[in-house]
Write a protein that binds this ligand. Structure first.
Ligand code: ADP
Ligand code: MG
Length: 564
């Protein structure tokens, strides 16, 4: 037809397709998980948009996903009545423009076909997994709200190109037809498809429908069944009681909501009653997502209202320093037509956020206490992000600080394993402060001349070299009643750690060498504020010290780098 056009895939997409077809053969069945997950996302999106525009439902509000197959034609078809796509959206979402996750996906490939196949969902390249089993894919779609003649047909053999064509499509939503490769004909099979769906897609909250399996009569003859059946449980896992959910089910659900192939490190599931009523099922992943430092992060906690999906990644649901947490929050109080704008100023949301933050901190607290290995994994992956909380979340500052782990002169390695409580437990007789040093690198911290007197006296010093540590120490002045003090700032007061004789000696030295320090000050002029005799050093001749309330040297350098 006149409106049919042929377009080329972008180089990165082509590369991706090559990989799908030639490398990811050991876990072929995941194509179904990916396509069903897209269908489910599309239904969620429709439901959300329809809240402000009910006409989008077009008198068909029963959202569902269908899976059909045709053994003779060797096809598998996935159909949804979700949001659908316009022609422009098809071009943007599948085909020409490589999506942000594509590059990251390549960077994370391991060469292990099974692992790599599992990465697909995480990086937003799931649709292309269709080509693992199909040598031709036909997608027909129509955006909800557009009229029937705005249907679009996309077709590709997964080589270099695809075609686009305008077609009439009476029903809204998307249909994907997979023309299976000869060697993958096994997937056009009732039992096979149903068992894959039960394995990967049981948690999808919409019904996944297939034609009923045929039965047998008493003579063992096949009797074709009539009608459809729902293959998955289609119930929201989090609404079930804890006792009815197995460990396995919790883990599978995690993989689904977090788009992760690994198991979670820990989770918290609770129904909260009282002023606010909501259910939370929150997970701590085992590994940081690839885009943890990315402003345009793809995933977060999903918000539901009475089991209806509202939105994902609502930054309002948890503070920024807990952005690695995954899972769902289902509110009983919020209105169904809640929008992002409403969420910004909702007291209900503030309450949910405070409650969920507490739950996560408690979960981590228990982990720190009872499962040291797990906590170490957590700290390794998320410690840097978590430390932001000391400055961000004033209400929970002490709790957060308690969970923080640092390197120190005790072990003198860069392993962050020392808690503030542990530090306090090891304090010297007469010591009443927590000492730390911040630097650009662990080596710089560890070798700082400022540590000399502390090493001599056997006083432990925390060695802080993460970027976020400046932010942490400029927000945490004391912990458990003990002041935190930088060893590189001000007139170092070691308090009772020094005896009278030492103090006398210092005073005398300052007097004796006054002529010298005056001379040095004269030479350095404006560049320094003061030159004085110090007891900080035992080996080095001199060091630079910052005034008590001035920025530390490290922070000053960071700000300069940032162009301030
Ligand atoms: P992801 O789902 O992680 O975004 P995919 O490669 O699976 O990545 O899908 C790419 C995009 O294509 C989706 O984000 C969505 O915009 C669009 N898409 C895919 N399948 C459908 C569908 N069934 N209905 C509507 N849009 C879809
Ligand atoms: Mg997807």
């Amino acid at each position: 037809t006149a409106n049919k056009e042929t377009l080329g895939f972008q180089a990165e997409v082509k590369q991706l397709l090559q990989l799908m077809i030639h490398s990811l053969y050991s876990n072929k069945e995941i194509f179904l998980r990916e396509l069903v997950s897209n269908a489910s996302d599309a239904c969620d999106k429709l439901r959300f948009e329809a809240m402000s525009d009910p006409a989008l439902f077009e008198s068909d509000s029963e959202l569902k996903i269908r899976v059909d197959f045709d053994k003779d034609a060797r096809t598998v078809t996935i159909t949804d009545n979700g949001i659908g796509m316009s022609r422009q959206e098809v071009i943007e979402n599948i085909g020409t423009i490589a999506r942000s996750g594509t590059r990251a996906f390549f960077d994370n490939l391991t060469g292990d076909s099974k692992k790599d196949a599992n990465l697909i969902g995480q990086f937003g390249v799931g649709f292309y997994s269709a080509f693992i089993v199909a040598d031709r894919v036909t997608l027909t779609t129509r955006r909800a709200g557009l009229s029937a003649e705005h249907g679009v047909k996309w077709e590709s053999g997964g080589e270099g190109e695809f075609t686009l064509e305008n077609v009439d499509k009476a029903t809204r939503g998307t249909q994907v037809v997979l023309h299976l490769r000869e060697e993958d004909a096994e997937f056009a099979n009732d039992w096979r498809l149903k068992s894959i769906l039960r394995k990967y897609s049981d948690h999808i909250t919409l019904p996944i429908v297939m034609v009923k399996s045929p039965g047998y009569d008493k003579d063992g003859n096949i009797t074709p069944a009539e009608g459809d059946e729902t293959v998955n449980q289609a119930s929201a896992l989090w609404t079930r009681s804890k006792n009815d959910i197995s460990e396995e089910q919790y883990k599978e659900f995690y993989k689904h909501v977090a788009h992760d192939y690994d198991e979670p490190l820990a989770w918290s599931h609770a129904r909260v009653e009282g002023r606010q009523e909501y259910t939370e099922l929150l997970y701590i992943p085992k590994r940081a997502p690839f885009d943890m430092w990315d402003r345009e992060r793809r995933h977060g906690v999903k918000l539901y209202v009475r089991r209806v999906f509202i939105m994902e990644d609502a930054d309002k649901l948890l503070p920024h320093y807990l952005r690695f947490v995954r899972g769902v929050i289902d509110s009983s109080d919020l209105p169904l037509n809640v929008s992002r704008e409403i969420l910004q100023h909702s007291k209900d949301i503030d309450g949910i956020r405070a409650g969920c933050t507490k739950k996560v901190l408690d979960l981590l607290g228990q982990m720190a206490e009872n499962e040291a290995d797990k906590f170490a994994t957590f700290w390794q992956e998320f410690g840097q992000v978590f430390k932001e909380g000391v400055g961000e979340d004033h209400a929970n500052k002490e709790k957060i600080a308690k969970l923080c782990r640092f390197a120190s002169t005790q072990a003198d390695t860069d392993a962050q394993v020392v808690s503030l409580d542990e530090y306090i437990g090891r304090m010297k007789e007469g010591q009443d402060k927590i000492y730390f040093i911040t630097a650009d690198s662990f080596a710089a911290a560890k070798n700082s001349p400022h540590l000399e007197v502390f090493r001599k006296k056997g006083v432990e010093v925390l060695l802080l070299a993460d970027r976020v540590d400046e932010w942490l120490t400029s927000n945490l002045f004391e912990y458990a009643g003990k002041q935190l003090v930088s060893v590189a700032k001000g007139d170092l007061d070691l308090g009772k750690l020094e005896d009278e004789a030492e103090k006398e000696e210092q005073k005398k030295a300052a007097d004796d060498y006054k002529a010298l320090t005056d001379k040095i000050k004269e030479v350095l002029g404006e560049r320094v504020k003061e030159v004085r005799i110090t007891h900080r050093l035992t080996e080095s001749a001199s060091c630079i010290v910052v005034e008590e309330h001035a920025m530390s040297g490290h922070l000053e350098r960071l700000l300069k780098q940032a162009g301030q």
